[in-house]
Design a protein around this ligand. Structure first.
Ligand SMILES: [Zn+2]
Ligand SMILES: [Zn+2]
Length: 322
């Protein structure tokens, strides 16, 4: 699916009026009408345009005017045997520096939901290559230090912080990791101090999980997940316009989609993430890791939240959202 390239609407509406209108305009035909209206309206304000490009897994590149923000950037996509059902926890960490540099150049901020390999592996290199600041858990902080990242570039957070970056603000939300079929997860645990330099994927523990809500100045509020669980009560009042939602690979979490859509107050747009195969090249069409799970998730969103538009993303395609 191609990106929405809307000019910003000039109709004078408050954020909540606009959201209510969007909700009222449920259904493809009505949304098409809204798009047409938005596209024909002249752009009168000079707020920077924000584009959101999916990097696979739960990774995003967000360009807001001249600022670039990354979320869980993992471009190296090395083989762990996951796709063949022969997952090897001793797989060595390798960074595809050419690919990483190509897709992350100019970054100033990197948000890391948790420190598993498919979220964190490329982050130390990005920090070194771009000078970007890395925002993540205390475990992420210590792992980054183990790779030699300067502490001046590391911002340890717990959840609850609201960080101001000028053209955008980031609210850090305490969250939870996905559950596997054993109600557990790969590589649980923490790092309270910098360990030896990690060499394999098993050297990168989960270290607690965060979500982030990015509020673009005069633009959309966008909720980013990197794993498929959440603390229901901690989402109250976030009411994002757009939610990048991790697709669960099991049913261990009760009523995941239903509770999440309710807690986020039925966002106008949901973009499923963390459903590709994590390891094949970053080329469209996207290969789904668990296609049945993606389909189930999309069906559930449409049942629970019929006014929500679900956009199944393509790699490296700049999306914009009103
Ligand atoms: Zn994980
Ligand atoms: Zn992951």
């Amino acid at each position: 699916m191609t990106g929405h390239r809307h000019h910003r609407e000039t109709i004078d509406m408050s954020g909540s009026d606009q959201k209510n209108l969007l909700r009222a305009l449920a259904g493809a035909a009505a949304l098409a009408l809204a798009s047409t209206t938005a596209c024909t309206a002249a752009s009168a304000d000079d707020a920077p345009e924000a584009t959101f490009s999916w990097l696979g897994t739960s990774g995003w590149r967000v360009d807001i005017g001249d600022s670039t923000l990354l979320v869980d950037p993992y471009v190296s996509r090395f083989d762990t045997g996951l796709a063949e059902g022969e997952f090897d926890p001793t797989t060595e960490l390798t960074v595809d520096t050419d690919a990483v540099d190509e897709h992350t150049a100019g970054a100033e901020t990197v948000l890391v939901t948790h420190s598993h390999w498919d979220h964190f592996t490329d982050v130390p290199h990005i920090a070194e290559a771009t000078g970007a600041r890395v925002v993540g858990t205390w475990t992420t902080y210590n792992l980054a230090r183990a790779f030699g990242v300067d502490t001046a570039q590391l911002a340890p957070v717990k959840g609850g912080e609201v960080l101001d970056f000028g053209d955008y603000a980031v609210e850090v939300v305490p969250s939870l990791h996905s559950r596997n079929a054993n109600y557990s997860m790969a590589f649980p645990g923490y790092r309270d101090e910098p360990p030896e330099r990690p060499e394999t994927i098993a050297d990168l523990p989960e270290g607690d999980t965060l979500t982030f809500q990015v509020e673009v100045d005069d633009g959309p509020s966008v909720f980013f997940m990197g794993a498929s669980d959440f603390v229901e009560r901690d989402l109250e009042g976030l009411e994002p316009d757009v939610a990048m939602v991790a697709v669960p690979s099991t049913d261990a979490t009760h009523a995941y989609t239903h509770r999440l859509m309710e807690a986020l107050d039925h966002p106008a747009t949901v973009v499923p993430v963390h459903w590709d195969d994590f390891e094949s090249p970053l080329e469209n069409p996207v290969t789904a890791g668990l296609p049945d799970r993606l389909e189930k998730f999309v069906d559930e969103v449409q049942q629970v939240s019929p006014g929500t538009e679900v956009i199944t993303p393509e790699y490296l395609t700049p999306y914009t959202f009103d």
